[in-house]
Write a protein that binds this ligand. Structure first.
Ligand SMILES: *Cc1c(COP(=O)(O)O)cnc(C)c1O
Length: 394
């Protein structure tokens, strides 16, 4: 088949050949460069969803290309019966940037859900029966991760789920009432990304740290969306000055190559024993080498500082638009939620897409914005112009 034949009728072919579990795709994309992508008709878009907070370095970044090519020329994968230098280097680096330090240990999987499955098993290994999580939080789609996810509508068709998980209101008060010495773990997202970029209340994480420590429960922070520099720190909990017992990481870590990780701190590092968990692909050489290159570049180019500065610019720009559709602007760094009047978010995102800007209407009242960490002046200017026009048109 020629390229043209392959592209013809792609919407119908997608509907015909792919499982119906996703919404129909918006465009057929062909290539990307930096913060931009092009579709099959040659139309260019500013990608301010970044593969859902995945493409930290944007598209076709030379650092990512080189890392993939060089590692693939050695080997892509050797299984966890063998060690590889990229995996060892990445584990060491993750212990450093998470703050887990000497006592830290790293488990590698291939996705966010897998990182949270590992955290679920870590919690079970405490021998305690109860796991606390938060209403409206998202932790993934596999059965354990779905059990942690505080969205009854997502869970309902798949009951029964692994037991023992209780979903609390996101208040210190609710946590205090639920906390006893039979709690294995509290699992939290510092900013609820899939719920429209909704941060935990000020001070919640610090209080949660104190309460979990007092009762001997694990504090597990899901930084799958917030981590790896996006919020203007390597990890969002670092803004609060707390250290968790485990952090789960995925999305932005390897520039789009699938990789998930759980990093444990202190005594939690001894909970999973030989044979307790594993993965065929988890942390393979290709994914680990790419992650090392991405994390190197984030440090070298101070993309964490860039995330903080650009995030502030973007939030200020949206606020200044003064649109009657916008009710608030949330988030930290380059994870931004634009709160809208009810039902407006999808129309705003559609108007933006028509004008060459990709943003994500995650629910009827929220537009999520998660650009690559490399975003610069040209992108901020384009966004400001086009998002303003989209708000005016929606
Ligand atoms: C995306 C996400 C997950 C799930 O990650 P997958 O790679 O899709 O399995 C879990 N937790 C949070 C906070 C996420 O944003």
């Amino acid at each position: 088949m020629t390229d043209v034949q392959q592209r013809a009728g792609w919407r119908e072919r997608h509907a015909h050949d792919l499982m119906g579990s996703y919404a129909p795709p918006l465009r057929l994309l062909e290539r990307g460069e930096g913060c931009w992508v092009w579709d099959d008709e040659g139309t260019r878009y500013l990608d301010f969803l970044g593969g859902i907070a995945v493409n930290s370095l944007g598209h076709a970044h030379p650092v990512v290309l080189t890392a993939i090519a060089e590692q693939a020329a050695r080997f892509v994968h050797v299984s966890n019966y063998f060690a590889s230098a990229p995996q060892l280097g990445l584990a060491e680096r993750l212990k450093r940037i998470t703050g887990a330090g000497e006592e830290g240990r790293v488990y590698f999987g291939n996705s966010g859900a897998e990182a949270n499955e590992a955290a679920f098993k870590l919690a079970r290994r405490t021998g305690r029966p109860r796991i606390l999580a938060l209403k409206n939080a998202f932790h993934g789609r596999t059965m354990g991760a779905l059990a942690l996810t505080g969205k009854p509508a997502m869970q309902q068709p798949f009951l029964p789920l692994p037991g023992g998980v209780e979903h609390l209101d996101s208040t210190v008060e609710a946590l205090r009432q639920a906390m006893r010495d039979d709690v294995a773990a509290l699992v939290v997202e510092p900013i609820k990304g899939e719920t429209g970029v909704v941060p935990l209340p000020e001070g919640y994480l610090r209080e949660a740290r104190e309460l979990t420590r007092e009762y001997g429960a694990l504090l597990v922070v899901d930084e799958i969306q917030t981590g790896v520099g996006r919020t203007g720190a390597w990890f969002d909990y670092q803004h609060e000055g707390v250290l968790p017992d485990a952090v789960t990481i995925a999305k932005g870590i390897a520039g789009g190559v699938p990789l998930g990780a759980m990093v444990t701190f202190g005594a939690a590092s001894g909970l999973l024993q030989r044979g307790d968990h594993g993965s065929t692909f988890g942390g393979n050489a290709l994914a680990a080498a790419t992650a090392n290159a991405v994390l190197d570049e984030i440090e070298r180019a101070d993309l964490i500082g860039n995330a903080a500065r650009r995030g502030e610019q973007l939030r200020t720009a949206v606020t200044r638009m003064g649109s009657s559709l916008v009710t608030e602007v949330r988030g930290r760094g380059l994870l931004i939620g634009v709160g809208t009047v009810d039902g407006a978010a999808p129309a705003i995102a559609a108007a933006a897409l028509e004008r060459g800007l990709i943003v994500n209407p995650i629910n009827p009242t929220s537009v999520r914005i998660a650009p690559p960490l490399i975003v610069g002046d040209a992108e901020v200017d384009f966004f400001t112009e086009v998002f303003g026009a989209a708000l005016a048109a929606a």
